[in-house]
Design a binder for this molecule. Structure first.
Ligand code: ADP
Ligand code: ZN
Length: 438
């Protein structure tokens, strides 16, 4: 069993009442910064009749306007910066709703805040300077790779920036270096575990891993058990999103009973997604975050569209922060396929621009050998279907997959089906079949 080490006990184990006051102060400062420097927030607050002076404490949080992913898209790339551009030292990003990415600008302070949050997460997974941390999240605009890297480096661990892919080489390095902590998506951890077994390597003997910190996509308790058995480790959940910082916004301790939210840096709320009303702890709803220490691109009441429950009952680890349960779904139709955010509307935008197919489609998502697959089924037009130009049809299929690759960033299998073969629905069209068992 790994030893949970609390990285910053002053903040993580603070009296919740004292923390709430601190949050209120930091919230006030953030609201003032947004109002002064970000036109979108100033306009929204003016419209709602709120001035920064009206925000006194955490009790006033509920009066602030929400922020949506579409705001980041509309203000892309620099419209939401609260700091001058010359103070921004980093850009990270993720895929947006229309193929246009969303980005977040970080000041040096923000990189520091994020690094501290990941350091806390890795500490909870037992990481010290004696560890060898293998990072198999992608390095780049995606926050996974650099986030884990910074946190591991902060703890003085030997950090191995493998990035994603090339499974055989990952496993060789894991064996040769004797990596002790693994950072990647839970689905990739399963795949690594299965491949290690297939290669005849024995965890505990050839592979020295003791824990893994897994996130960026939803996973289940069953998946945890499977990963822990396959790799002989403790598997720990980590949550985050680019808009707020990246991984590390919340993380599990060894109690494996919900993820501790780094509440001195972010405020977590649960709201009713329909009315926007705040909901009490213990009630599931949509997760909303406000950053209270960021200066580059702070966010007020950012709607994650992730559904979960917050808990504030005491945790045996000694941390006093609220914990979030697993993400059980989303309020929008965003899919996460191999770690990439995919909206059906992106696929639709590709399909409507292609001659010979009708805008009737179905996305079938599955998980084969621990890796996500996407099949796009789309109807041919009557015209195309009755002309028997096979080469034409192959051309269409190729064109669709190339465009999906360039717009969405992932490979998809394209199946052209006869006209009227995709079921029509009277209400909201059902365009997604997700066969993954998370
Ligand atoms: P990231 O770099 O964290 O993947 P993105 O902004 O691309 O950042 O994606 C954020 C989304 O990923 C979250 O809103 C959530 O839906 C999902 N996500 C991240 N971590 C987890 C986790 N541990 N469990 C479930 N979903 C997660
Ligand atoms: Zn705990």
């Amino acid at each position: 069993m790994i030893q949970d080490r609390i990285y910053n006990s002053q903040m993580e184990c603070m009296d919740p009442e004292v923390r709430r006051k601190l949050q209120g102060e930091r919230l006030r400062a953030t609201v003032a910064l947004e109002y002064a420097n970000v036109p979108l927030y100033r306009e929204r607050m003016d419209k709602a009749g709120i001035k920064p002076e009206d925000i006194h404490s955490m009790d006033d949080l509920k009066y602030l306007p929400f922020t949506e992913k579409t705001d980041l898209r509309d203000e892309f790339p620099f419209g939401l910066l609260a700091a001058p551009k010359d103070q921004i030292v980093r850009i990270q990003g993720s895929s947006g709703t229309t193929g246009k990415p969303i980005v977040s600008g970080y000041t040096e302070n923000d990189v520091e805040v994020w690094t501290e949050m990941v350091a806390r997460s890795l500490s909870a997974a037992g990481c010290t300077q004696d560890d060898i941390v293998q990072v198999c999240y992608g390095y780049g605009l995606f926050t996974g790779g650099l986030g884990a890297h910074q946190g591991a480096s902060r703890l003085g661990a030997m950090t191995v920036p493998m990035s994603s892919g090339n499974t055989q080489r990952q496993i060789m390095m894991m064996r040769d270096l004797g990596s002790t902590i693994l950072c990647c998506t839970p689905s990739y951890a399963t795949y690594l575990g299965e491949t290690i077994r297939e290669m005849g390597l024995v965890p505990g003997k050839d592979i020295k891993l003791k824990s893994g910190v897994f996130g960026a996509e939803p996973w289940s308790e069953e998946m945890r058990v499977r990963i822990e058995e396959l790799l002989g480790i403790d598997a720990i959940d980590i949550y985050g999103l680019t808009e707020i910082a990246g991984p590390g916004v919340a993380f599990e301790c060894i109690a494996k009973h919900g993820m501790h939210v780094n509440e001195d840096h972010v405020i977590a709320e649960i709201i009713d997604p329909k009315t926007g009303e705040q909901l009490p702890y213990g009630t599931p709803g949509e997760l909303v975050f406000t950053t209270i220490t960021k200066t580059g691109q702070p966010m007020l009441r950012y709607r994650t569209h992730d559904i979960c429950t917050l808990y504030n009952d005491p945790c045996p680890c000694g941390r006093t922060t609220v914990r979030m349960g697993r993400i059980t779904g989303r309020t929008d139709d965003m899919l996460i396929i191999r770690g990439v955010n995919v909206f059906p509307s992106q696929i639709e935008s590709v399909l409507v621009g292609i001659n010979g197919v009708a805008p009737h489609y179905m996305l079938v998502v599955d998980r084969v050998n621990s890796s996500d697959t996407l099949e796009v089924k789309v109807e041919l037009t009557e015209e195309m279907f009755s002309s028997d130009t096979v080469s034409h049809i192959e051309g269409i299929s190729r064109q669709i997959s190339e465009q999906i690759k360039s717009v969405v960033g992932i490979a998809a299998k394209v199946s052209l089906v006869p006209p009227k073969s995709i079921p029509r629905s009277e209400g909201k069209a059902k365009r997604i079949i997700d066969n993954r068992k998370i």
